[in-house]
Design a protein. Structure first.
Length: 301
């Protein structure tokens, strides 16, 4: 699922010039199968998972698709992304038997969401007046929720339609970032990346409040519907943290820090595991549900 003030210092040394991250999204090449030409694995900046597979965007503008093995990742497909679109967050989804990834970001200063099949074919896109900074897909309702950064608004997308629907605005926030959705309670969680806070918004009561605050730069959110735990990556604090959203007094606890350098993103995978994109170390780490390091990719990093 799932960047930001402290991260800007690192990104200023690359071609990423603003937040959301400046990448590209029109397809240049698509290479499929076990015999495809390998390309160098660059620093990962965002990822999401279908459970058995992991989808990763790196700083080279490549979207990579991996199968998650017992102690390794197997890349089976990737395609290149040019510089016309600047993605900030991504979400995996399924609809009518088809799989896709949704990537939220901006193009020519305007917000956009692009929907891609796993073979790289673009299926649909949506345009917004403001930069899109967070996205999460709800399979049960076949909808996605999108956050826009400076306007502090949230929209709903029906993946079968070309229009978006305004949901709400978080007036007390400074700059919205990644977003996560709890379908059971119909609650949206969205990070305020400038103020170091996470807001929750109830679709039922149409009200928002601060879930937790005094964070550094929460750059990614991932919600576990089985436990009600909300995970977030915080590169400013060099760790991944967790909040029990079902607790009457939600508090932040550390899930894992060492050996992370600057975790930008993470996603829940099958087997109660957590995949973390560690930008600072140019690698992906897979942790158990208890925070134990299981393996990393590339293995030598």
């Amino acid at each position: 699922m799932r960047t930001l003030v402290a991260v800007c210092n690192l990104l200023s040394r690359t071609r990423f010039l603003s937040i959301p991250l400046i990448l590209g999204l029109s397809l240049l090449t698509l290479q499929v199968g076990s015999g495809f030409a390998q390309t160098k694995f660059e620093r990962p900046i965002m990822l999401d998972s279908s459970g058995a597979d992991l989808f990763v965007v790196d700083v080279s503008g490549t979207l990579r698709e991996f199968h998650i093995g017992q102690n390794h990742l197997d890349e089976y497909q990737h395609f290149s992304l040019p510089s016309t679109l600047a993605p900030a967050d991504m979400s995996y989804g399924t609809s009518n038997g088809g799989e896709f990834v949704l990537i939220a970001g901006s193009e020519s200063g305007r917000g956009t969401v692009a929907m891609y099949a796993l073979d790289g074919k673009i299926l649909r896109s949506w345009n917004f007046r403001n930069i899109c900074s967070g996205i999460d897909f709800d399979t049960a309702s076949n909808t996605a929720y999108v956050a826009t950064s400076d306007s502090k608004e949230i929209y709903r997308l029906d993946t079968g339609k070309s229009e978006s629907t305004y949901v709400t605005r978080i007036p007390d926030a400074t700059k919205l970032g990644p977003l996560a959705f709890d379908g059971a309670t119909q609650t949206l969680y969205v990070a305020d990346v400038a103020a170091g806070a996470i807001y929750q918004y109830s679709l039922a009561t149409k009200s928002s409040k601060v879930l937790v605050s005094e964070l550094s730069t929460p750059t990614a959110l991932s919600f576990d519907p089985q436990t009600g735990q909300l995970y977030f990556a915080d590169p400013g604090r060099r760790g991944v943290f967790v909040v029990d959203t079902r607790s009457p007094k939600p508090a932040v606890t550390e899930f894992v820090s060492s050996p992370l350098r600057s975790p930008y993103s993470m996603a829940r995978t099958s087997g109660d595991q957590l995949a973390v994109a560690d930008y600072g170390a140019a690698r992906i780490l897979i942790f158990s549900g208890k925070g134990d390091l299981l393996f990393k990719f590339p293995p030598g990093n």
